[in-house]
Design a protein around this ligand. Structure first.
Ligand code: F6R
Length: 603
């Protein structure tokens, strides 16, 4: 993740940078740093841990900015990916006379580093970022032209990144580039001030107009000019901090639904190439000698686990079972050492999941936690931690935690399949190609949001909802039903579509709402028959599918996709928005539904 800030102006640059970083702290707080250039002097401060440590270091130093004078500065709060959290690895990174802050991952950094080392450049950190500043100086030493050197540098970078670079050779400029990771640039309320940040939260109160950069846009800023590589569109920044935290969305849940497309990119970053899936965290022999995979979790995380249980068994050819943690703990489970035990948790603190993990660990099983919160209790117990990198989830109803968990687990299934040699390289490549399309499937289309909003009018009454699906669309149905009931307080059940005729179909009448998940690429004909059976008994049907379906009373058409997991994510968005819009209409608190808490630390 990481957060970056930048400033050009004649105010207190260190204070502005540090305050900005505090707003971005949720993006990572392993270490932080700022670099400020005034006159000919560059001052750099770095500190491990939270931003308050950096603030103390700046306060305790003798360094004083001359406020009336112009200065430029860049800052960074780090969430380590390459290299441990140390001061050396903290940003800004230094060449001989330039500094850079970076959010993202430079995928080809190893090749670039080798090339630069051969050319005599000395590296001091283990990060991917350091290559950027050396590359810049490598070109500048040849051509003495900072603009050209920056252009040459960014041309060589592969991966996802947003960058701010300052250099003593051009003391009034900040060079910037955005590709894959976010960056906003704003004009100050007073003239002669420019602000940069990874989100607009640090800009509120300071700046008036903002540009949210599109991918591929680079440029250069001075106090009196701002040049972009393409046309950009400016918008007015609102004044309220509350708005900033929600990035302009009405609720945290809405913001978190919309940001799924981006956070999935963070989840995959550095873990995927065209040919393979790499989890540096996982021992390359972990699957050796394993005859069973057991997954354990609660709530939404359980639904991600249930989805994964289909994928694990299908892809790795290893038996896979899933347990609800609160049940597992007390059933006196037989645990064999040839079982790999995976727990899933957004918070890493859920009491039942934590206890289940401890039981497995005590029984000598290999354990993995798929978790969103680093340093949480589960990450301290499990042998291996895989972080989902969804960023802080504030809405009590979990959204982006679920999508990131599901993607990580699917990637793990593919990595294990490769380790076991049960997947062909061709199939692996094609699955990787599909993984790369997920951010697109998770983009919320305006038309889909509007359709859900309009339909929400019809689905407020009645005696309940059945969400139905088959295969991985069954856990998705469970998740759709859970989302609806926890925030709207309407009764909803998720059910395997083929199981309806074994009892629940007795409830069918026009007051029973069936939400049918009908993917094109997984058992379409089977689910179609199940929905027809319900329609024949007069249930009100809302079908979600890329294929037209005449028998539905209402129909939400998703984008066609060529893999059922892409259809899965398209439908996930519909279910999340649908629940939220019904809840809005009912007037309930979307972010803090009654009786619930974000982290359930009691059994
Ligand atoms: C539902 C929801 C809960 C959690 C469950 C487990 O929207 O948020 O069902 O999924 O309490 O929490 P974690 O994943 O933190 O272990």
């Amino acid at each position: 993740m990481c957060g970056i800030v930048g400033y050009i102006g004649n105010k207190n640059t260190s204070e502005i940078l540090v305050d900005g970083l505090k707003e971005l702290e949720y993006r990572g707080y392993d270490s932080a740093g700022i670099a400020i250039l005034q006159d000919d002097k560059i001052e750099v401060f770095k500190a491990l841990g939270k931003i308050k440590n950096l603030a103390t270091k700046v306060d305790d130093s003798k360094f004083k900015i001359q406020n009336s004078k112009f200065s430029i500065g860049i800052g960074h709060t780090r969430w380590a990916t390459h290299g441990k959290p140390t001061e050396l690895n903290a940003h800004p990174h230094l060449g001989e006379y330039s500094y850079v802050v970076h959010n993202g991952i430079i995928e080809n950094y190893k090749e670039l580093k080798e090339e630069l080392q051969n050319a005599g450049h000395k590296f001091v950190s283990q990060t991917d970022t350091e290559v950027i500043v050396h590359l810049f100086e490598f070109y500048f030493n040849q051509n003495n032209d900072a603009d050209l050197s920056f252009a040459q540098t960014i041309k060589r970078l592969e991966g996802a990144y947003s960058i701010l670079l300052i250099t003593k050779s051009q003391k009034d400029k900040i060079f910037f580039m955005k590709h894959g990771s976010p960056m906003a640039i704003a004009k100050g309320k007073n003239d002669d001030e420019i602000f940069f940040a990874s989100s607009d939260a640090p800009l509120i109160g300071y700046a008036s107009d903002v540009v949210y950069l599109e991918d591929g846009v680079s440029g250069v800023a001075t106090s009196s000019s701002l040049t972009f590589s393409t046309d950009v569109s400016w918008t007015t920044l609102p004044d309220s901090k509350q708005f900033a935290q929600k990035d302009g969305y009405r609720f945290f849940m809405e913001k978190e639904i919309y940001e799924q497309s981006d956070v999935i990119t963070d989840s995959m970053m550095g873990r995927i190439t065209d040919e393979e899936i790499i989890f540096d965290e996982i021992d390359s022999n972990i699957i050796n000698g394993i005859n069973e995979i057991k997954i354990c979790a609660c709530g939404t995380s359980y639904h991600a686990g249930l989805t994964a249980s289909y994928l694990f068994e299908r892809l790795t050819k290893v038996r896979c079972s899933i347990e609800i943690a609160s049940e597992f703990r007390y059933k006196e489970p037989l645990l064999n050492k040839d079982t790999l035990f995976i727990v899933i948790s957004q918070s890493g603190e859920t009491a039942d999941t934590l206890e289940a993990l401890k039981m497995a660990k005590d029984a000598g099983l290999k354990t993995i936690v798929v978790c969103n919160v680093d340093n949480s209790s589960m990450t301290r117990v499990a042998d291996t931690t895989i972080l989902t990198r969804a960023g802080i989830e504030k809405g009590v109803a979990s959204t982006k935690a679920f999508s990131t968990q599901t993607v990580i687990l699917w990637m793990m299934a593919l990595a294990f399949a490769k380790q076991k040699n049960v997947i062909s390289q061709e199939k692996l490549k094609s699955e990787i190609k599909t993984l790369r399309e997920i951010p697109n499937s998770l983009k919320v289309e305006d038309s889909i949001h509007e359709k859900c909003r309009r339909l929400s009018k019809r689905y407020l009454h009645g005696h309940g909802f059945f969400f139905i699906g088959r295969d991985v669309f069954f856990p998705l149905a469970l998740e759709g039903a859970l989302k609806l009931k926890e925030i709207s307080y309407l009764h909803a059940e998720g059910y395997p579509a083929g199981e309806m005729k074994h009892g629940p179909i007795a409830l069918a009448d026009p007051e029973l709402f069936t939400i049918a998940l009908m993917p094109q690429h997984l058992h379409y004909d089977k689910i179609k028959s199940n929905v027809e059976e319900l329609s024949a008994r007069d249930s009100t049907i809302c079908a979600i599918s890329p294929l037209d379906f005449d028998l539905a009373d209402d129909f939400i058409k998703t984008k066609p996709a060529n893999h059922y997991m892409l259809e899965f994510f398209e439908m996930l968005i519909v279910l999340q928005i649908f629940s939220m819009e019904i809840t809005v209409r009912l007037g309930n608190d979307v972010d803090m539904p009654r009786n619930l808490a974000k982290s359930v630390t009691v059994e």
